[in-house]
Design a protein around this ligand. Structure first.
Ligand SMILES: NC(=O)c1ccc[n+]([C@@H]2O[C@H](COP(=O)([O-])OP(=O)(O)OC[C@H]3O[C@@H](n4cnc5c(N)ncnc54)[C@H](OP(=O)(O)O)[C@@H]3O)[C@@H](O)[C@H]2O)c1
Length: 264
């Protein structure tokens, strides 16, 4: 469990927009000092200024392409060199990819796996090892409602989030008696830049979706209760349970209609 939010340090990956930026706002409001990590430096600087003015908390920024091998260890070495102990890690950086097999760029798929899976794993393991020695701390990993099932035309992304959920839940059980909490936040469709990057711009606005404030509030409430995972939104939660009742073939065939490309 966290010793405290106030006057302790959090590290948020993917803090330059969407869910990550909102985590920064809600954690700074709780008095937490923050390390903000992403590639877009200007966005990070603007957010750091905003938080310092609004809450008087400290903010460090680290510009990093976390999909590059070696970057997570480099970022954490930089954090240590600044004399910072990470009390809360939010592994949020990630992207999606919607495409049929004919259009799928293999390099992009591998980049997705490096960021969503390898980087998250490396950051989590390195930070948790230190937290266990101190006997307190926590990690919030961002999964997804698609972590509960395969999704046609979004197969690589959904599988990456299934990894996040299974890995994080196992760690939750292992770390709980040792004073460290690992919670997975599984959002459904959320209004951020995610679908623009994924190749289906405007998708969130055209479909049932949540705002980032609600999603992050849900994640922090679950973390405070030391829950192993939480799905944001009741309908999303029911959907995550419903897939357990149907056959796997039914579930995956049903998923095809969500992102099936329209005939031109
Ligand atoms: N929006 C949804 O519907 C939804 C649903 C379920 C789960 N999620 C998950 O929520 C998390 C946040 O996504 P979001 O919805 O907030 O989307 P977003 O607005 O696109 O934010 C993604 C963040 O990840 C960072 N990022 C991307 N590639 C990176 C890289 N190579 N190195 C470092 N940082 C990188 C981006 O920063 P830079 O571009 O500045 O590097 C940005 O800050 C992701 O893990 C996503 O899978 C989203």
């Amino acid at each position: 469990m966290l010793k405290a939010y106030a006057d302790h340090w959090g590290l948020i990956t993917g803090a330059s927009s969407g869910i990550g930026a909102e985590f920064a706002r809600q954690l700074a409001a709780r008095g937490m000092h923050l390390v903000l990590v992403a590639r877009r430096e200007q966005r990070l600087r603007e957010l750091a200024n905003e938080l310092q003015v609004a809450h008087g908390t400290k903010c460090e920024i680290i510009v990093s392409d976390l999909a590059k091998p070696g970057e997570p260890a480099k970022v954490l070495a930089d954090v240590r060199a600044r004399g910072i102990d990470v009390e809360l890690l939010v592994n949020n950086a990630g992207f999606g990819m919607v495409s049929g097999i004919d259009e799928t760029e293999v390099d992009r798929a591998l980049e997705l796996i490096r960021l969503n899976v390898s980087t998250l794993t490396e950051m989590t393991l390195l930070v948790v090892k230190d937290q266990v020695v101190r006997g307190h701390g926590g990690v919030i990993n961002i999964g997804s409602v698609v972590a509960f099932q395969p999704v046609g035309y979004m197969g690589v992304y959904a599988a990456s989030k299934a990894f996040v959920l299974h890995f994080s839940e196992a760690l939750w059980a292992e770390m709980r008696p040792r004073g460290v909490t690992v919670t997975t936040l599984c959002p459904g469709t959320t209004r951020t830049e995610f679908f623009d990057v994924s190749g289906v711009p405007g998708w969130a606005e055209k479909n049932r979706s949540q705002d980032v404030k609600t999603v992050v509030r849900t994640g922090l409430a679950a973390f405070d209760k030391r829950k192993q995972y939480v799905v944001s939104g009741w309908i999303n939660y029911i959907l995550s349970l419903a897939v357990r009742l149907a056959t796997r073939a039914t579930v995956v065939k049903g998923s095809m209609s969500v992102f099936r490309p329209r005939k031109k």
